[in-house]
Design a protein around this ligand. Structure first.
Ligand code: GLP
Length: 271
């Protein structure tokens, strides 16, 4: 039997999956704008290929808002990204800062300073990680958190093994992650920075609501591992999400159907 998550959203295609999550985020943003200032916690944003169709769908929806609502959204926007490569300049085509400008800030005409990311060009990475965590804390911590899933089970750049109380930190990226992310770096894993700054599981698990998005056949194996674990373990960082009371998993058929099929088979064996 699947022990995780609290809410499972399964769709035939990644496009459907992203469209429905974009709808939920749009509704969240509408309510968020009506909230008293003290209750408005920042959005927690992720990068990666999985998020691209999600941001495209969200932009399409938000651009249908009235001019007045868009002005308000641009005035109030406050998001904190999970991670950034260390040793990249903000304007670097491969930085997550550029990714966020391309997929969200520019199409929505958001003020760049309202999309927060760790400073990947800081000479002292540890100090930059600490000041990023402090800036997030000063804004009340994340409200709604988006997460992708690495093929090695990482969330953000929390590489295995990771403890649940790990705060924002500098991380050495694994070979697997550098290989997985080499697409943006001309396909060469050696060109991918060897370190990054990432929010830790501590900040991620403090979010009110978490949306884990897993699409594509390449994620089927790691998703099956995650869904069949009896308890969280440091070797699979995403498994700490089992301890969170409000996690939604958004998956397409390619990523989840194998897990669901084996779940049914297990159920049949049990009874
Ligand atoms: C990357 C990022 C994560 C991302 C994950 C999945 O390394 N640091 O924030 O969610 O791995 O990436 P993708 O969506 O490209 O598969």
């Amino acid at each position: 039997m699947l022990r995780f998550p609290r809410q499972l959203q399964r769709y035939d295609s990644a496009a459907d999956c992203c469209e429905r999550l974009a709808e939920r985020l749009e509704n969240h943003l509408r309510q968020w704008l009506l909230m008293p200032l003290a209750l408005r916690r920042p959005l927690g944003l992720a990068t990666g290929r999985t998020m691209e169709p999600l941001y495209a769908a969200l932009v399409r929806r938000l651009m249908l808002w009235s001019a007045q609502d868009l002005v308000e959204l641009r005035r109030r926007w406050c998001s904190f990204n999970l991670d950034e490569y260390l040793g990249v300049q903000a304007g670097d085509q491969c930085s997550y800062s550029t990714y966020m400008s391309r997929h969200l800030a520019e199409p929505l005409q958001l003020r760049p300073e309202t999309l927060h990311l760790p400073n990947g060009s800081a000479p002292d990475g540890d100090a930059a990680a600490q000041s990023y965590a402090a800036a997030l804390d000063a804004c009340g911590g994340v409200g709604v958190q988006l997460l992708g899933l690495g093929t090695n089970g990482h969330v953000g750049f929390n590489e295995p093994p990771t403890a649940a109380d790990q705060a924002c930190h500098v991380v050495d990226l694994s070979e697997a992650t550098r290989r997985q992310n080499s697409g943006l770096f001309g396909g060469d894993p050696a060109a991918v920075p060897s370190q990054a700054i990432t929010l830790g599981l501590q900040e991620i698990l403090a979010a009110d609501e978490i949306h884990l998005v897993v699409t594509g056949a390449a994620k089927a194996d790691i998703l099956k591992r995650l869904l069949t674990l009896p308890a969280p373990q440091p070797g699979l960082p995403a498994s700490w999400l089992l301890n969170h009371p409000c996690v939604w998993l958004w998956a397409d058929a390619d990523a989840i159907d194998r897990s669901l099929a084996s779940d049914t088979a297990e159920d049949r064996n049990e009874h």
